[in-house]
Design a protein around this ligand. Structure first.
Ligand SMILES: Cc1cc2nc3c(=O)[nH]c(=O)nc-3n(C[C@H](O)[C@H](O)[C@H](O)COP(=O)(O)OP(=O)(O)OC[C@H]3O[C@@H](n4cnc5c(N)ncnc54)[C@H](O)[C@@H]3O)c2cc1C
Length: 383
């Protein structure tokens, strides 16, 4: 690869590692599952405390600009951060969606008040944020969303339903996409609101997933009066606002291969220990999944290289998402070959069912393939 860890990144590693050694106790480490596990209220408070410690030391969102509590960190520092979090088993923050997706939109399109009030509370974990984009009839084709917001004096009156809202049951704020102009073409009549979820008329109903966890939710809005000051960006320009994501988090792509390759390493070790590594069929499966992990690492490094050298982000993030989500599912199948019935319990058991969601969340595999077909391969659009 055409990059190395520069001295500043290694200096950052030393600083962050020392800080982790001092602050990351077993109390915070917990079960290592972070926010995705259905959490008890006690665990939420422990993670909030951990989140506050990270924020006070300016480690909660290092890529954010300094004025908002970040460090304006470059890509290699972000990569180092991901590596050290991973190495130490530290839980992430309570606002994975907020920090990487919602904050960049607030920084780019928000008013001074929105930035000054909302960003510090998001950073410290005082507020937990969810994203209200998908609806029962609007997922891949998000721009067909119908939730209505009609102006009435100094408020919008919001009615409709959102679905699949990760963290909605814990969140007290939501980045909500609503339709404010029904007559305009579908991408043009959408607005983005930053909604206080404690307002009267907001009802959150958790959905229990196949793993038995409450991770995402349906959210119903009935005549909710949302102040006009909650509008993010110009009226009817919510589509542009919603597309402003990941602006400060290009290092996150490194996270994908770190987690996957650690699990592949664990499975290789288990196969050597229990003798399945001598089975010719299992050996082939292990070799295939090992290569998938290494390929993902190379794609991630290419994305990092683009960022370092100031090149536009190419198709690497779409390819990485595709490879990673499918590799995680393949890994579950290989775990079954290596571990037999033991692959159905504990963290392998959970992963084997949970990972089915990865080829849907954040843009489905089919839609991603369509994007790659037209934008990278230059194929004509499908019918
Ligand atoms: C774990 C998880 C977390 C999520 N968190 C959130 C969240 O926090 N906030 C939020 O708003 N949403 C969230 N979502 C929703 C997610 O964004 C949608 O599930 C996703 O966009 C797909 O939409 P859909 O479920 O309506 O499926 P649909 O769009 O109805 O798709 C159904 C099937 O049709 C295929 N398909 C659709 N269009 C095409 C096409 N043009 N060409 C070929 N095939 C196509 C799809 O690939 C899929 O297989 C989450 C989903 C998951 C699984």
């Amino acid at each position: 690869m055409d990059f190395d860890y520069p001295p500043e990144a290694e200096a950052f590693r030393a600083e962050f590692r020392a800080w982790l050694n001092e602050n990351l106790t077993d109390k915070y480490r917990g079960d290592g599952l972070g926010f995705s596990m259905e959490m008890s209220p006690d665990r939420v408070e422990v993670l909030r405390e951990w989140n506050r410690l990270l924020a006070e030391a300016r480690f909660a969102a290092i890529a954010w600009p300094v004025e908002y509590g970040g460090r304006g960190a470059g890509v290699m520092e972000q990569v180092v951060f991901a590596e050290e979090m991973h190495r130490s088993g530290a839980p992430g923050t309570l606002n994975p969606l907020g920090l990487s997706n919602i904050a960049p939109a607030i920084i780019a399109h928000g008013t001074d008040d929105q930035r000054q009030i909302l960003l510090p509370r998001m950073l410290s974990g005082e507020d937990i944020w969810c994203q209200g984009f998908s609806e029962p009839e609007a997922g891949s084709d998000l721009a067909s969303l119908k939730m209505s917001a009609v102006t009435d004096g100094d408020c919008f009156i919001v009615n409709g339903q959102k679905t699949w809202n990760t963290l909605g049951h814990l969140a007290n704020y939501c980045e909500l996409l609503v339709r404010t102009d029904v007559a305009a073409p579908k991408h043009k009549g959408i607005s983005c609101l930053l909604v206080d979820m404690t307002l009267p008329g907001v009802e959150v109903r958790p959905l229990v997933t196949i793993t038995g966890e409450k991770e995402f939710n349906e959210i119903f809005f009935t005549d909710v009066r949302v102040p006009i000051s909650a509008l993010l960006g110009p009226l009817h320009e919510g589509w542009r606002v919603a597309m402003t994501t990941l602006a400060y988090e290009r290092g996150t792509v490194a996270n994908l291969h770190l987690g996957l390759r650690a699990k592949i390493g664990g499975l290789l070790k288990a196969a050597k220990e229990n003798g399945t590594a001598r089975d010719p069929v299992v050996r082939q499966s292990l070799a295939r999944i090992y290569l998938e992990g290494e390929l993902l690492k190379l794609i991630s490094e290419r994305a990092i290289s683009d960022a370092i050298h100031g090149r536009d982000l190419g198709p690497e993030s779409s390819i990485a998402k595709l490879l990673w989500s499918e590799a995680e599912q393949h890994l579950g199948e290989v775990a079954g070959e290596v571990l037999g019935a033991d692959a159905n319990s504990g963290s392998w058991g959970r992963d084997r069912v949970y990972m089915r969601a990865l080829t849907i969340a954040g843009g489905t595999t089919q839609v991603n393939k369509n994007i790659l077909a037209t934008r990278v391969l230059g194929l004509p659009k499908g019918p």
